[in-house]
Design a protein around this ligand. Structure first.
Ligand SMILES: Cc1cc2nc3c(=O)[nH]c(=O)nc-3n(C[C@H](O)[C@H](O)[C@H](O)COP(=O)(O)O)c2cc1C
Length: 336
């Protein structure tokens, strides 16, 4: 019946139905994205979840360290932030106890109070901070590490004393690997280094799922589809994801793709610097494929998958596509 109707329907009607069907998929995908953001970000309520509380703490203590690094910080700036931060720390400590989140925040607060702690507007917050943290995290309260660092221009210049352009030019997407297994230490070192990537308010929302079992790699490659012809050579598959709990404003609804994309590039460069071959693999997939991958990975429900990276050891002779770049003037738009 449907086949007959399809044959009989006039072309414009068919095109309209086709467009409406596409629109339906489009709306359902956006609806799912919005629902995921509402459920997992810190925008509506953190409900005491460790990840959400952690992100709110990171946002606030970073505001303090960022303020301290400004050319002329206003005296005792950020009184409201300090108050809120002490509340958040109290909540976090009572629920989850002291860990690196507390440590990093306390170091920033210590540096802040070191400068402005005598200001009358801050006395109450400081007292609360010292009592609460003194009890729950006595080691932290006396740690003095400045929240800002200094470097002479001369020393800065020395770090640039190598042929960066050649290095940057030498990274390519590699789709042919040797049989040599990829050493775990190199993966760890690459991820560690890639974490120097910048992120909004230094939230570092990245997660990397690392797969080495051939069956799982093969399954994920099969549903992703972009590694046809070289999937069997991949000895490590990295899944770059971003934790939505790190975001708390509606304006940040797309931030996961930005921070995730920057981290993806950072990781590609670091894998290259560590002598590994790598090829990014897109995650332009349907909702169904995304769900299938999440269940294969046992992914946290709040993590958004950004892209995959196929990783392998290099062959003696490295083959890669030329992938020419556009002329600069096609990209650079001068605004007068
Ligand atoms: C987000 C992203 C997704 C990509 N997806 C695929 C993919 O699915 N399969 C593939 O073979 N290459 C993929 N690539 C690699 C691009 O084709 C490659 O980066 C581009 O041609 C430039 O070449 P180069 O990386 O060697 O400089 C992807 C690259 C990016 C950044």
């Amino acid at each position: 019946m449907i086949q007959r109707l399809k044959k009989l329907a006039p072309q414009p009607l068919k095109q309209l139905i086709y467009k409406l069907l596409k629109l339906k998929v489009f709306c359902s995908v956006y609806y799912r994205d919005a629902k995921r953001f509402l459920s997992h970000s810190s925008m509506v309520s953190h409900r005491g979840r460790k990840e959400n509380l952690r992100s709110l703490i990171a946002i606030d203590y970073h505001r303090l360290e960022k303020g301290l690094a400004l050319p002329n910080p206003k005296p005792a700036f950020g009184v409201a932030i300090v108050d809120r931060l002490v509340d958040l720390l109290t909540d976090y400590l009572s629920r989850h106890g002291p860990d690196w989140t507390i440590k990093d925040a306390v170091l920033s607060l210590n540096a802040y109070f070191e400068r402005y702690g005598e200001d009358a507007k801050l006395l109450k917050a400081r007292e609360r901070f010292e009592i609460i943290l003194g009890e729950a995290y006595p080691d932290g309260i006396n740690q003095k590490v400045d929240a800002i660092s200094f470097l002479s221009k001369e020393d800065h210049q020395k770090t640039l004393d190598f042929d960066f352009a050649s290095f940057y030019h030498s990274r390519h997407s590699i789709r042919e690997f040797s049989n040599e297994p990829v050493c775990d230490d190199l993966i760890r070192a690459s991820i560690q280094l890639a974490m120097r990537a910048p992120s909004v308010c230094n939230r570092q929302p990245w997660k990397v799922y690392s797969l080495s079992k051939p069956e799982k790699i093969s399954k994920l490659c099969q549903i992703q589809g972009g590694s046809r012809g070289f999937a069997d050579q991949i000895s490590r598959l990295l899944v770059v994801a971003v934790d939505l709990s790190e975001f708390y404003m509606v304006g940040e609804r797309n931030e996961c793709w930005v921070d995730g994309g920057i981290f993806l590039q950072s990781l590609l460069v670091c894998l290259h610097a560590n002598g590994l071959g790598a090829c990014p693999l897109n995650w332009c997939v349907s909702t169904a494929v995304d769900e299938e991958a999440r269940s294969l990975l046992g992914a946290d429900p709040g993590h958004n998958i950004i892209a995959l990276i196929a990783v392998g050891s290099l062959k003696d002779h490295i083959k890669f596509a030329r992938s020419e770049r556009r002329p600069l003037d096609d990209v650079l738009i001068k605004v007068e």
